[in-house]
Design a protein around this ligand. Structure first.
Ligand code: MAN
Length: 357
């Protein structure tokens, strides 16, 4: 039996949400994928902040991609499928004459549940859409960190000028204060810790450095959650392993007696996305105490192996109750699933690895 089956208990109701379970944002759009939700509790309910990826109906000859115009209006850009300048080999991104576009545009949608399994869209709450030039290709993969009564949303801002991390804060999920881009391109996968350490706020983030370095997890500190500094690299990709090409933080780290436990994603050169764990020192989270050698979870069942972009499990949200982490994740970039993990078992799986980070 593989490690992932021993450590993770997938919900028997998986996938718990699929594109047909939510309404498109307008009659111009079809929902292609639900992905990678942020997770939080509010008013005694469990909430997912889903990434909803949409595009217009496609036809035989043309590929049409949506982008936001300057005033939040949707513009459609079409390309002839047989145009030699078009490269549409990746279902997520297309390239035309050297310029890249996303094939779908994403916004963030709230759904809630009393039991963590049956989610519905409540009335009277607004979705969060991309705004302005830096979000013209949409907003994605939001982490939600609660500090006292305030929720901090860190999400990927996508546009033709780059991919960076945006911050929005809210106390009531009705009024949102946009703080702008807090980590400039190329950066994503930002998770703010939900308490201060030695008087400072901390965040994990993932800059990309194409020539020297790579797609590594970094740590930064801040006095106000908007201005970040004292950046340190905490984990790099590992040649020949499941996390050889790209790694990135999931949700806010979980405080345990042994350290901050962070569930992160790692992808290899074939874009196979698995999950692993990092244990960071409680007082100095730039120190890695242990790291999974093998994935704690890997794509294994049909909805994780096949879909819009198969062989992907990606998490950026969970609820913790006692020893149990209920993790929500996107599978095959198309459907939303959940799985339970025991904190103790994940820590036990890390004990053997201290010597060989
Ligand atoms: C990137 C992001 C994620 C996505 C994975 C796999 O890391 O765009 O949203 O789930 O790729 O496609």
């Amino acid at each position: 039996m593989s490690t992932s089956f021993a450590l993770v208990k997938r919900s028997a109701h998986n996938p718990i949400l699929t594109p047909k379970d939510v309404r498109p944002s307008s009659e111009l759009m079809n929902i292609e994928c639900l992905l990678n939700p942020g997770v939080f509790t509010f008013k005694n309910k469990i909430w997912l902040l889903l990434r909803v990826a949409e595009r217009p109906e496609q036809n035989k000859e043309l590929i049409t991609v949506p982008v936001y115009g300057e005033h939040g209006d949707i513009k459609m850009i079409s390309f002839k499928k047989n145009d030699p300048l078009l490269d549409n080999s990746d279902p997520r991104v297309l390239s035309y004459n050297g310029k890249n576009y996303l094939t779908t545009i994403s916004h963030l949608r709230l759904v809630c549940s009393d039991n963590g399994e049956n989610f519905y869209e409540p009335n009277g709450l607004n979705s969060i859409f991309g705004q302005g030039q830096l979000e013209e290709y949409g907003i994605e993969d939001c982490r939600v960190t609660q500090i006292e009564h305030t929720y901090y949303l860190t999400y990927t801002m996508v546009s033709s000028v780059g991919v960076g991390v945006g911050l929005i804060q809210t106390d009531d999920w009705i009024n949102f204060e946009r703080k702008g881009m807090i980590f400039p391109p190329h950066n994503k996968d930002c998770a703010i810790f939900n308490e201060k350490i030695n008087g400072k706020y901390y965040a994990l983030h993932r800059p990309t450095s194409p020539q020297l370095g790579g797609n590594y997890i970094w740590l930064a500190e801040s006095n106000d959650l908007v201005h970040w500094g004292n950046h340190k690299c905490v984990a790099t990709t590992r040649l020949g392993k499941w996390d050889s090409a790209r790694i990135g933080a999931g949700a806010a780290p979980i405080k345990t007696e042994e350290g901050w436990l962070e569930i992160y994603h790692g992808a290899d050169e074939k874009h196979r996305y698995c999950l692993g764990a990092l244990l960071l020192d409680l007082k100095d989270p730039s120190k890695v105490i242990a790291r999974s050698q093998n994935p704690i979870m890997e794509p294994a069942v049909d909805y994780e192996l096949n879909g819009f972009f198969g062989n992907v499990i990606f998490t950026n949200g969970h609820i913790v109750k006692g020893d149990t982490i209920t993790m929500y994740y996107g599978a095959s970039d198309e459907v939303i699933c959940s799985a339970d993990l025991s904190i103790k078992s994940v820590l036990n799986s890390l004990h053997a690895t201290q010597a060989c980070i």
